[in-house]
Design a protein around this ligand. Structure first.
Ligand code: PBG
Length: 353
């Protein structure tokens, strides 16, 4: 008598049942599994590929020299002093990663209500852009435009009576973009979600002789819990008062994302972005299908932390989960991905060559 879970099964009952092994082959001419029979066959029918050309690598910069401080909530990610950011830019260049993105950890003493440090032509971001461009002029450098790394309250804009001011903030963002363009930045990426900022920045860039500087708009950016580790990294987690729901999008909305993207394109965005990534793949697909624009997706800090953290604990195969998540973005229609996994993924892709 075979003991199964629950009711014991008498062996002599067996012939009456059709076990899988005993049943004859089904009469099927179409068998999708045929195309999956071997790796060479799977490669032949593969619909989407990830290449290093798809990657943008975000870096965190901090004061000092020869500094690499780990970000606790992002295992494997460090805050880098400018000289070390240059070394990572070199790594990116060697790995053939086309572009890096820069985010500063601003000293608390330099943060104020207005985020004035954003307009300092010698702030950490500008220093990094100059140092990286000097050694590696051929790598693309993207700079975020928003005030949160610089404000004492951690918001992306100016506040009055607890309200984030739109038009006043846009005026400051325009100046921030110009300061970064002056430093040599290639792509300006407004992440603040103020209305009208893309048009205002475009106009100012053109007027000041930066007609070649591109704009990648964080067009559909959601108010998300997945930004938590990033706020640790730039030191705004503790200072942030309230949340960002009056300017970042409600995660329940999808049509609204199309309206946001449409406006940014009309205002002159060269590329658009959806952020976060994994919980918003449907948005990536809709945006790509609707506008056929260069469409980017940001696999944000919390997504990185989930994969890297689980991998570190041995709960998932980190490398496979990384590659699966990245090709998922390609499948959803993304032309490129901002991801903290960029160097690991590029190394993995190189192994395959
Ligand atoms: C700043 C900005 C944020 C991110 C990129 N730019 C955080 C936020 O909006 O609070 C998040 C990136 C990440 O989580 O990796 N406006």
């Amino acid at each position: 008598m075979a003991i199964k879970f629950g009711r014991p099964i008498e062996l002599r009952d067996a012939p009456k049942r059709r076990t899988a092994l005993a049943s004859p082959p089904l009469d099927l001419t179409i068998r999708p599994r045929r195309n999956r029979k071997a790796e060479w066959a799977r490669r032949l029918v593969r619909e989407n590929v990830l290449t290093t050309d798809d990657l943008i690598w975000p870096l965190f910069v901090v004061n000092g020299h020869n500094v690499r401080t780990p970000v606790a909530s992002m295992p494997g990610v460090d805050r880098l002093s400018v000289d070390q950011a240059v070394r990572d830019a070199e790594r990116a260049a060697k790995l053939n990663i086309p572009c890096i993105a820069l985010f500063p950890y601003t000293e608390p003493s330099l943060r104020d209500e207005q985020g004035s440090e954003a307009l300092n032509p010698d702030n950490l971001v500008c220093q990094s852009v100059r140092a990286i461009k000097k050694e590696f002029p051929d790598i693309g450098v993207l700079c975020d435009v928003a005030l949160d790394p610089f404000t004492s309250h951690g918001h992306d804009g100016l506040i009055e009576d607890g309200k984030i001011l739109n038009d006043e903030t846009v005026a400051v963002l325009v100046k921030q973009a110009l300061v970064q363009a002056e430093a040599g930045c290639d792509i300006i990426a407004p992440s603040d979600m103020m209305d009208g900022r893309v048009g205002a920045i475009r106009e100012a860039l053109d007027a000041e002789g930066f007609g070649d500087v591109q704009i990648m708009a964080y067009a559909a950016k959601y108010a998300s819990a997945f930004y938590g580790p990033f706020r640790d990294a730039i030191g705004s987690a503790k200072t942030l008062t309230g949340d960002k729901r009056t300017y970042q999008m409600d995660s329940a909305n999808s049509d609204e994302a199309l309206r946001e993207v449409e406006l940014d394109i009309a205002e002159g965005a060269d590329m658009v972005m959806v952020k976060p990534g994994m919980p918003y793949l449907d948005i990536v697909r809709r945006v790509k299908d609707t506008f056929a624009m260069p469409t980017f997706v940001y696999q944000v800090s919390g997504e990185y932390a989930m994969i890297a953290g689980a991998a570190r604990n041995g709960w998932i195969d980190g490398e496979r989960a990384m590659m699966e998540s990245l090709v998922g973005f390609k499948r959803a229609g993304a032309d490129g991905i901002l991801t903290y996994f960029a160097p690991q993924a590029a190394e993995k892709l190189r192994e395959r060559e």
